[in-house]
Design a protein around this ligand. Structure first.
Ligand SMILES: [Zn+2]
Ligand SMILES: [Zn+2]
Length: 207
């Protein structure tokens, strides 16, 4: 992975404004969303530098046993990398600890169904906030935030509702992200855990 990946200092301060099409190609952070007018043979390469880093056929198989490669690939895209590493906001953390892992996981399906279950409409691309709940971070990080991202990352056409199998796959990705980012979350609600965590952060600095 890039040097950036290994250096926590680089992810401490989020860039001023990250959008879906942000790139930082020098740091191996790209955007694979196709540009208008892009040649068909260039689809799937970085829209800014042309880097070909993702095995799209492998990604589009949507194999739940291949998530390690899927996550590695997602992190080559600036917006995903950012959402994978940026500290979750206080509100999102508080809600997660108030819910506990079991409830947090259980809520994922209904959140995915309501945000991306239907075919893409005019609101597509704006249905998932950037902060406020851990699941929002998870959706951006795993490209399950909108039907456009779901289409190019996971090969699911955006003009029809999701099948149960596709929804189940998206759920696995989101839950895996939540476990990765909140490794000390108990199954049951533990509002106190957050207080301890916040205090520790204050004493020790970031992380
Ligand atoms: Zn690039
Ligand atoms: Zn999206």
């Amino acid at each position: 992975m890039s040097a950036r990946e290994d250096n926590p200092l680089d992810v401490k301060m989020p860039p001023l404004k990250i959008t879906c099409t942000s790139v930082d190609c020098e740091h191996n952070l790209h955007c694979f969303l196709k540009r208008r007018g892009m040649r068909v043979e260039d689809h799937g390469s970085c829209r800014a530098c042309g880097a070909k880093l993702v095995d799209w056929r492998r990604l589009h198989r949507r194999d739940p046993k291949d998530t390690e490669n899927t996550f590695k690939s997602l992190k080559f895209e600036t917006i995903r990398h950012h959402m994978w590493h940026v500290p979750l906001d206080e509100d999102a953390l508080r809600k997660a600890y108030n819910q506990g892992r079991t409830k947090l996981h259980a809520d994922v399906v209904s959140r995915l169904r309501s945000s991306i279950g239907k075919a893409a409409g005019g609101f597509d691309g704006r249905q998932t906030p950037m902060q406020g709940r851990a699941v929002y971070y998870a959706q951006h990080a795993t490209a399950t935030c909108c039907r456009k991202c779901l289409e190019y990352w996971h090969g699911i056409p955006k003009d029809r509702p999701l099948t149960d199998k596709e929804l189940a796959y998206a759920t696995i990705l989101v839950q895996a992200y939540l476990d990765d980012r909140l490794p000390d979350l108990d199954d049951d609600p533990t509002p106190k855990a957050l207080q301890k965590k916040t205090k520790r952060k204050e004493t020790l600095g970031y992380k």
